[in-house]
Structures are given as C-alpha cells and as structure tokens.
Design a binder for this molecule. Sequence first.
Ligand code: MG
Length: 368
Amino acid sequence: VAPRSVRLDVPEAVDAVELLRIRLPLVEPFVASHGAEVERDLTLVHVRGADGVEGWGECDALAAATYTREDSEHAWAFLAEHAVADVLAGASVDVAASPMAWTALEVAFLDLTLRREGMSLAAHVGATHEAVPCGVVIGRRPTIDALLAAVAGHVAEGVALVKLKIGAGWDVEPLRAVRQAYPTLALCADANGAYDAAALGVLDEIDALHLTYLEQPFPPSLAADLDHLIVRLSTPIALDESITTSDDIARFSAAGLVVNVKPARLGGVAEARRAIARCADGGIGAFVGGMLEGGIGRAVGLALAGIDSLTHPTDLGPSSRYFDDDITEPFELSGDGLLAVPQSPGIGVVPRADRLDALVVDRVTIRR
Ligand code: MG
C-alpha cells in the first residue's frame, strides 16, 4: 500500500487527546466469508477544548485483520504510540498505515470544530436528505430456512434492500431461495473477495438472479479480473475492499461499477466526500456501507448517506440490529423504514457516560 502523508490541523485550544478502548457485545455473531465478529473492540477518540466543547470519533477496525489488513489492536497502537503525538506536534502522518484509526481522529477534530460553529456534519458534507432508506446485510445462517426467516423479518420492517454475505458453500442456493420467495426484492450479495476467476461458472449463475449488485467477488489483488467481470456480467459490480482512496475508482470500468463508500476504509470523511463526488461526476453508482459501527460511527455514516447523488440505499441500520445497548442513544427506524440523519451540531451524538463506564477497558491521554 502506497503511503499517504496527511497533516491534520489541531483545533484551537486543544492540548490533549484521550483514547478510550471499549468492548461492545454484538447481539449475535456476524459471519462473513472472511470470519466472524462477536464483539466490537472499538477505540474512541475524545477531545475537549479549553472552552469545554468536545469532539468524538470512533475507530471501526475489526478484531482481526480479515476485512482489510487493519485490526483493532494495530489501530489502537497506531494512535496511542505515535499518530496522535505526531498530529499534536504538527507533523504529517501516513494515513494508509491505519485509515480506520485515522478516521477516528479526523472525525473527533471535525466534530469539535463543527460544534463550535453550530453546524451539523450533515450540512458540512452537503447532505440534503433528513432521513434515508436503508438496506440490511445478513451474515451466513446455518440453514436456508433460518435465512428466509431473517429476510422475512427485515422485509416486514420495510428495508429497502437485502444483501447476503456469500462465499464458497453459501452462494447460489441461498440467493436463489430468497429470489424465489421475493421476486421483486432489491437483492444483493457481498463475497468479501471469496472467489477468483476459476469461479466464473458460479458467478454466471448468480448473474441470472437479477441482483441489484454483486459486491467484491474477487479480492483487491485481482484488479484486472474484477475489471473483466464488470464488463462480463449484466449485474453491476460493487467494490468495497478494492477502493482504498478516491483515486482507486478510476482504475475500473465506470459502466456497471458501484462504489461502497465507507469513511473508515477510505481514511476519513474528507476522502469519503471525494469518492462520492467522483462517482457522481463519472456516472458511477455509490452508497454508504457499514462496518458494524457503534453510535458514533453510525452517525458519521448517516450524515454521508444523506448526500443526494448516492444511488443505492445505505447498509447502515438501526442500533438494535447490532447491539442491545449502544454507546449512544440508539438509532431507530421510523415506521416507514427510514433512518434519520442527525441534524444537531457536529456528529449530533455523544457517548452516554453510563455506557462508557461499563465498557471501557483501557484509556490513555496524550498531551501536546
Ligand atoms: Mg463489503
């Protein structure tokens, strides 16, 4: 991965950054082709100005380096050992070394600055929708019947799209079962890079199921094969792990491409905005993806999801889908299946003190 050196201005009257590491249990293990997540090991970045105004950010790296090569331990070390100290000293930092950790720091500073200005993150990024339709991502289930029961529950909630995590042994059959039960449902699949060109037969079968898009069928290392697949299949191909900066979008054929925009993977809100703008300019589909975020990450994703040029529903869902008790006040679906985009200054949410007390396993303050 090429280094990406970035400088981040420290907001005025901020002399220290606090890092809090929390363990937040998921309501159920989330199983994708790359592994299972049972609890979230999140690093929160907290800043407070001399004026008492605060800012919060959340690092959404997973517990193991299965989705990308960044894991939660690596991300904590990146922040605690040098990145925060470097930023406080006015030095530049290689964002590519730990983009999810960097995003937490960028968001904490941005949250504080926007709160001082009385501006919401949604307004800052140019979001014009106050509520957005959302999809659901369903991990592997033990049986087709269990999968169909899960889909039925989400369809009853009014979700705008259903995406199945797929991989070898769990692909055509479950997708076909859902398609047969719901002929007009907006149905998608995410393979997290589980296939290679030897699996073209399987992918051609999936192509016949009229998916809204097929996400990351091949790993990022097979970029040329992915580009061939974009041309070969009538199903649009969404790219997630392959897009680490907005510049990566230009490496793929525009027609039939959809970009999964995650600020954490891209290394921040500013880069996510650039990616969304590039997609809009190039006639490329785009949506805001999810990372099993806690309430702070969810608020950031929803602000971006309110941007009008996005073409597909966000993967972000209500807090209760992931956590019995989130770190912020929970995000809930409205009766018509929409999620509200936070409109208060900054990211619009703060962690609840009682939840932090219950969940923090480590904390460190780094001073200028
Ligand atoms: Mg994905």
